[in-house]
Design a binder for this molecule. Sequence first.
Ligand code: SF4
Length: 317
Amino acid sequence: MPLYSHSRLSTFEKCPLQYRYRYIDRIRRDVQGIEAFLGNQVHGVLEFLYRELREGRCPSIDHLIARFNNSWADACSERIRIVKKEFTAEHYRAVGERCIAGYYSSYHPFDQDTTVGLEERVQLSLDPESRYQIQGYIDRLARIGEGIYAIHDYKTSSSLPSDRMLRRDRQLSFYEMGVRSCYPDAREVRLVWHYLAFDQTLISRRTTAELDEHRRRSIQLIDTIEAATDHPAKESALCRWCDYRDICPVQRDQYRAEMAAAGEGPAGPPEAARRTLPAGDLPAPTSHGGAVAVHRARSGRTKRSGAPAEAEQMSLF
Ligand code: SF4
């Protein structure tokens, strides 16, 4: 059985045919969506920041922004694809700058916790026999106090998730399982999402029952994937970001038509699939009830696979 990841499971859920192209046929594409590119660039700078802090140095915000812009200029090329034609690469670069500046302003001097891992790889078994293995990488693992850990995840997405979506989040639930198995002293694990474009930090915790439920559902899903002999196309608004539209039987004609009409104006996903604020506008604070705490970052400033908006999310750009 292959090693699974949250992203591999999500790909199957979103579209079994895309899963086949990517994980079975292993068709590689030399393009990257600009949303994912933006995420990688911002993640790289924040990783650099915390590596420097671990060495006892605190880079200035100007230094970080310069590093971001240099890295962006070096790496940005024609293989970076912009799906939302109403936005330019410069728009996304500016969003990245604001993500970094907002984070810096909110957390400087970065003394809230102790970093114990950066891009920390976790591998865990979902079952006692270790047949179902999951791996992932934690953006930053921190220790807040005796036996209290925080799993930090940076998001540059244009959408803020609903409370329900956060509770269902499988990725950080996997990470928590991994942390609990690697750090036996962990008596409390906090899941922390930094929605950088919104300058908001969302915090959640999982009960043992919730983790068990994630484990059970994931095993079920892996069984479904392993048993699948047919991989049907599953069209959605996300098709526009799919790397395989040119060969997908249900999308290739539309893809070719769009290519032929390129330059004739932007096309957006169905209105029901996203709610867009004008670029640069400050989103209104959203209400998240239940066990999820939402913190507005102190700075109040406006504003990785680059997932576009889905239903139940508030979209920013
Ligand atoms: S274009 Fe859409 S339907 Fe086709 S493989 Fe990609 S995600 Fe699936």
